[in-house]
Ligand binder design. Structure first.
Ligand SMILES: Cc1ncc(COP(=O)(O)O)c(C=O)c1O
Length: 329
């Protein structure tokens, strides 16, 4: 099951110690997993999911992929790139109205050859079935990837990622105590949870909620639990999960999805200036701020080894350029 994929990225992604940052947070050793370097048209965590999803689309003899997201969706940009590589036609349903100038991920999706449909207030795939119907009339065989690629097939990418991490930790004789990451449509979190159990890796997941809006009438915890329950049996995982087993820190989502505050901005500037690594304003900037805040407030026991799972997304910075640089005078 975990071998049935279409190769799209460069794995394993690097696991590095953030030496300079760790010096600023005495008592903690901070590491980073560089999924911003998965390599697919500027990288990101969705490449792991897409390796499985695109394989399923090809196995089902589909010739067209449809998915959805925000205009700055990293998932959509990586889907456009994956489709180019797999010779599939790509249709992206992106929230909002068409802007005068394309920027960031939107620009890249368009360069990568995706057909873009602007869907106004719908940014989570509410119109996918309608577009599918229209395409099918014209003889397209469509494979639908729901919002964020967070179905079990996609989550398998992160089950596999735990094996990758475990091998790296063994090789470096390293133990990680806590893993911070941005959680939004739930596939990454569900996959990591299943992977920890399957490969018996002992560390605690600390997912940071990014988007306070629900998807499809379910809380993110419910979405994650459903994916875990669906995946347990085929992966032969005996452990039973309930909502109490699904962690999610909702302290940092108050500004709303895609709204960048001083928190995200300062986190981006701190990692960039101390380590030369770029975060994104929507997901990893918010999650990285949350991690630094938890360390500053000593909410994590000292002497812990902390991992930040960098899930990519830096092209969106260009859409937020005015937050980082304004001309003086
Ligand atoms: C950069 C980045 N990080 C994290 C996530 C969250 O992953 P998931 O949707 O699997 O929860 C996303 C999703 O779009 C993302 O683009």
């Amino acid at each position: 099951m975990l071998d049935n994929k279409f190769n799209l990225g460069f794995f394993p992604t690097p696991l590095q110690k953030l030496e300079n940052l760790s010096e600023s947070y005495p008592g903690y050793s901070i590491f980073i997993k560089r999924d911003d370097l998965t390599g697919l048209a500027s990288g990101g965590n969705k490449t792991r999911k897409l390796e499985y999803l695109i394989k399923q689309a090809l196995d089902e003899a589909c010739n067209t992929v449809i998915t959805a997201g925000a205009q700055q969706s990293n998932h959509c940009r990586q889907t456009a790139a994956a489709c180019a590589k797999a010779r599939l036609e790509c249709h992206l349903l992106l929230g909002g109205e068409e802007p005068k100038v394309y920027d960031g991920n939107l620009l890249l999706s368009s360069i990568l050859g995706a057909h873009i449909h602007f869907t106004g207030s719908h940014r989570k795939g509410e119109d996918i079935l309608q577009v599918k119907k229209e395409l099918e009339v014209n003889n397209h065989k469509c494979f639908v990837i729901p919002y964020g690629g967070s179905v079990l097939t996609g989550a398998l990418g992160f089950v596999n990622a735990v094996k990758e991490l475990k091998d790296q930790l063994d090789a470096q004789k390293l133990k990680i105590d806590y893993v911070f990451f941005a959680s939004s449509s739930g596939g990454m979190q569900a996959g990591l949870t299943l992977g920890l159990e399957l490969f018996q890796l002992d560390c605690e997941l600390l997912p940071i909620n990014i988007d306070k809006d629900e998807t499809g009438g379910l809380s993110l915890e419910e979405v994650v639990l459903n994916l875990i329950n669906e995946g347990s049996r085929p992966l032969n995982i005996k452990r039973e999960y309930t909502l109490k087993d699904i962690p999610l820190n909702r302290e940092y989502d108050k500004a709303g999805y895609g709204n960048v505050t001083e928190n995200e901005k300062n986190a981006i500037l701190e990692l960039a200036s101390k380590e030369g690594i770029l975060l994104d304003p929507v997901y990893t900037g918010r999650a990285f701020h949350a991690m630094l805040d938890q360390l500053k407030k000593e909410k994590i026991p000292s002497d812990s080894n902390i991992l930040f799972w960098h899930s990519g997304g830096f092209p969106a910075i260009f859409e937020y350029a005015d937050q980082f640089h304004t001309k003086k005078g």
